[in-house]
Design a protein around this ligand. Structure first.
Ligand SMILES: [Zn+2]
Length: 57
């Protein structure tokens, strides 16, 4: 199953969750530290670079 990294917007705690594609689309991920649902997905730098540079629409 895919593994996703998130960062909490409130306490900036970085954590990882293993979610299926469907869970990833529907499930609210909560910070394990402060229980906030305001989390951002961490995109790996390598992936982000290739995605933005190779396709220049
Ligand atoms: Zn938090």
């Amino acid at each position: 199953m895919p593994y996703y990294e998130f960062i909490c917007r409130k306490c900036h705690k970085k954590f990882a969750e293993v979610l299926s594609i469907k869970e990833h689309e529907t499930k609210r991920v909560h910070c394990p530290k402060c229980q906030s649902s305001e989390t951002d997905k961490v995109i790996e730098p390598f992936f982000a670079k290739t995605a933005s540079k190779t396709r220049g629409y």
